[in-house]
Design a protein around this ligand. Structure first.
Ligand SMILES: [Zn+2]
Length: 449
């Protein structure tokens, strides 16, 4: 839809951090045709208008790490650390199938859209042998909800019998994992700048994927020019295990496998040390920062101020909702800011830096920063319009602080490629009561299995 959003406060998150009080954003053919302040230029004056008075306009938020299937397993293992939590949950996840993934992915992507997210990465690595086409179900859910989906074809080949944590029934053989990963890329990856669906490659973690799978997956990804993703340096336990098994820290392990680089983004990076932070920046390796999830399992908190200062790409992630029952991305802006300050004091992260991580930083992690992540002429029109004139925010002197320090504001409008996906806190692309019923049914099926 061609439209011009007028009268709002526009935080562009461009290189200079340009902001326009009384700003406008013109949207033509799915892209941003103009952005500025004051009167709308004549050539766009005839477009349908969206009145954004009392609102803040930001780039759509970018989620860099999630496991949508976990929407069916919220509230489990509440007092466990990561390994205890995984051991408790793997047997439950062994019961997922394409129907459960369909219901949970639609619910999870819908909830992300309602929290201002226009692009989401999902890391799916559980493929039970009799679960049907779970990856196809994930892709269909992305198309249905209408935000951009980076579907990461995950994999595990180290079951309990190989010293891994997952039960053998949910791991694949090395050959199957690589073959199915390649099939997913061939079938679903769209390399176009305006793509709604892209595929990345993501062996789950060093404690559930073998060396051969890590190496083979990297080779597949690089052969097809798609991105690489895995969990790394999430907990102290993981570091101990890596040192014990390989005599290497998780980062050195990744480096030896050529798993650092501009085509790689890693979930967590909680336990990165100083030289490793510099290495992330030097190699252009992205970090998906998931503050709520890290806090829930008591993993520690990633050194994101140092990563940002060093120039490494840092994005935000909700992580799977079995470790972050909220599943909303906007609230992670506040979590990132508060937890960074708990580590490094009140200057550790500003509201604008938090917003940049949640938008441009995420776009860099996913390799989409040329086309999304900021409000600039020529970029895709992925926009969030937040209402700030209700009791929740009225009178907060700085609109960006209102969004980041305050409650999550009502979402007046969410556009993906210029198309409305959310209007006045209502999802336009799916019926919320039926998403809710399907989610409850999927959760009950797993709880009973
Ligand atoms: Zn994760």
């Amino acid at each position: 839809m061609n439209t011009v959003i007028t009268g709002g406060y526009v935080a562009t998150v461009d290189e200079q951090g340009t902001e326009h009080a009384d700003g406008y954003v013109a949207v033509v053919d799915g892209r941003i045709a103009a952005v500025g302040s004051g009167a709308v230029p004549e050539e766009f004056a005839g477009l349908e208008r969206v009145d954004a008075s009392g609102c803040l306009v930001t780039p759509g938020l970018v989620n860099t790490h999630h496991h949508l299937y976990q929407w069916a397993t919220r509230g489990y293992a509440q007092q466990e650390d990561l390994f205890g939590w995984l051991v408790a949950l793997y047997p439950v996840w062994a019961g997922i199938d394409a129907d459960i993934v369909s219901a949970t992915a639609k619910a999870g992507l819908g909830m992300l859209a309602l929290s201002g997210c226009t692009t989401a990465a999902d890391h799916h690595y559980v493929f039970p042998r009799d679960g049907g086409d779970v990856f196809g179900a994930l892709i269909d859910a992305g198309r249905h909800i209408g935000i951009r989906l980076h579907a990461v074809r995950g994999s595990m080949d180290r079951g309990e019998s190989e010293g891994g944590l997952p039960p053998d029934s949910i791991v694949e053989s090395l050959d199957d994992a690589l073959e199915q990963t390649e099939r997913a890329i061939n079938e679903y990856h769209d390399p176009a700048p305006e793509a709604k669906i892209q595929v990345a490659v993501g062996p789950c973690s060093p404690f559930s994927a073998s060396l051969d799978l890590m190496r083979g997956a990297a080779a597949v990804a690089r052969r097809h020019g798609v991105r690489l993703h895995t969990h790394l340096a999430e907990t102290a336990d993981e570091e101990e295990q890596c040192l014990r098994e390989f005599g290497l820290t998780p980062v050195d392990y990744a480096r030896n496998l050529e798993w650092l680089g501009e085509d790689v983004w890693l979930a967590h990076g909680v336990h990165l040390k100083e030289p490793e932070i510099a290495l992330m920046a030097e190699t252009g390796t992205g970090i998906a920062h998931c503050p709520s999830s890290n806090a829930r399992v008591g993993a520690g908190m990633a050194p994101i101020s140092a990563l940002v200062d060093a120039g490494a790409p840092v994005g935000l992630g909700v992580d799977g909702v079995a470790s972050n029952e909220s599943g909303g991305l906007a609230e992670e802006l506040r979590q990132a800011l508060l937890t960074a300050r708990q580590r490094g004091g009140p200057k550790a992260l500003t509201a604008r830096q938090a917003l940049r991580i949640g938008t441009m930083g995420g776009a860099r992690c996913l390799g989409r920063d040329e086309h999304i992540g900021s409000i600039e002429q020529g970029k895709l029109a992925d926009l969030a319009v937040w209402r700030l004139d209700t009791l929740k925010h009225a009178g907060i002197v700085d609109p960006v602080a209102a969004l980041v320090f305050g409650r999550v504001p009502p979402l007046e409008l969410l556009l993906v490629g210029g198309e409305p996906v959310v209007e006045r806190d209502h999802l336009l692309t799916a019926d919320e009561p039926s998403l809710t019923r399907e989610l409850a049914r999927a959760s009950a099926r797993l709880a009973d299995s």
